[in-house]
Design a protein around this ligand. Sequence first.
Ligand SMILES: *Cc1c(COP(=O)(O)O)cnc(C)c1O
Length: 462
Amino acid sequence: MHPSPSLQQRMFQCAADRPLFVRSAQLAQDYMTGVADQPVFPPEAALTGLTGFDGPLPDEPCDPAAMLRQLHDLGSPATTATTGGRYFGFVTGGVLPPVVAAKWLADAWDQNAALYVMSPVASRLESVCQAWLIDLLGLPAGCVAGFVGGTSTATAVGLAAARQELLRRQGWDVNAKGLFGAPPIRVVIGAEAHSTVFKALALLGLGRERVELVPVDGQGRMQAGALPALDQHTLVFTQAGNVNTGSFDPFDEICDRAAEAGSWVHVDGAFGLWAAASPRLRHLVKGAARADSWSVDAHKTLNAPYDCGILLCRHSEATVMAMQNTGAYIVYSEKRDGMLYTPEMSRRGRGIELWATLKTLGRRGTAELVEELCDRARQASGLLRHEGFRILNEVVFNQVLVACDTGEHTLATLQRLQASGECWCGGTSWQGQTAIRLSVCSWASTPEDIDRTVAAFVNARG
Ligand SMILES: *Cc1c(COP(=O)(O)O)cnc(C)c1O
């Protein structure tokens, strides 16, 4: 009897098993081409099937083909069809097929993007993405970019850089001394700021509740006239793209006030900052480039794979100081060391996929993508209004807020819509009104998808 092969023998064998990888690619491609026909939210049978994953940790290794088969058989039908054309929940980007292909290659590379010496290719592609993003978004030359998991983290990094710099100017080294006993920093923020901004404030010791809230208008835009007096100890949080209405803060007016006072301005531009990439929509972010730092997601509007968020900051030194990390074995190079700009040390090479996304789209493709999402949102709002639904927001970007005659009717419609499998929208409450949120965020949403979605709304209304 032969002894059973070692883990190492089995893994070498698996690496050489071309049919396994071909099978995986086939399954993935079948998924990509079939996703349009699958229920947008998994049906009950698929959800029940997920119990097939339960059970104790197996003692013995699993045959790779059997592992892949189980993942596909139980997993694929239980996915939410976010890469198809009729998923409108949250602000959830689809994914560009060529980038999936590039990601497979990069997955095999399994690069660690912490340091140049750990991955020259990840380092170089981060540098290239940094330059391209500054160009595409119209930001000041000399900005640095940190590539993180999403806007939540990007905002926390921006806030850390702001905290570092505002306190340094007052002679306080927050890295060394922390916040206890530090001079105060004021935080001025719109009443409709995203929840993740408050999370970042809590995380960095600035507190969710010691903020000065600025009143907003009916679209959630900060009223610049209602800003409190600013000073050089103040951080102002603005927003490009309200998560409900898609509205944009008046950046020019806010930046005028901040510039006079020497305040730091951060822009939460998770999905909306991409308006800057379109000549037609650029007016929405007018003045946003005058800020000090920006957070933006590539996995939303840009349709890069999850997870991919970016912090951009014009104060490179403050960013690096805030993310400071040293150790005898850490070798910084003359080239880009990604961990200088991120909270993490080890980090996957998400700049590789971002490069693939920007390369696939180019300047023109990016504008086309963003404009198409907005056109589909406008199409949906026009048709829904025509069908007698109320549209609660000015549709300036990719977000549409839909309501029936009463809150109860809206909720019942939403539940039937979600159960239909035809499309998926989430719910919200907008300034006291129950609403259905429709966020167009996938390249794959066609005019026909919008027609079908509107028909599903009409059916669900009963
Ligand atoms: C999605 C979103 C965030 C959070 O981004 P993540 O990538 O989910 O961390 C922050 N702000 C706004 C306006 C958003 O839409």
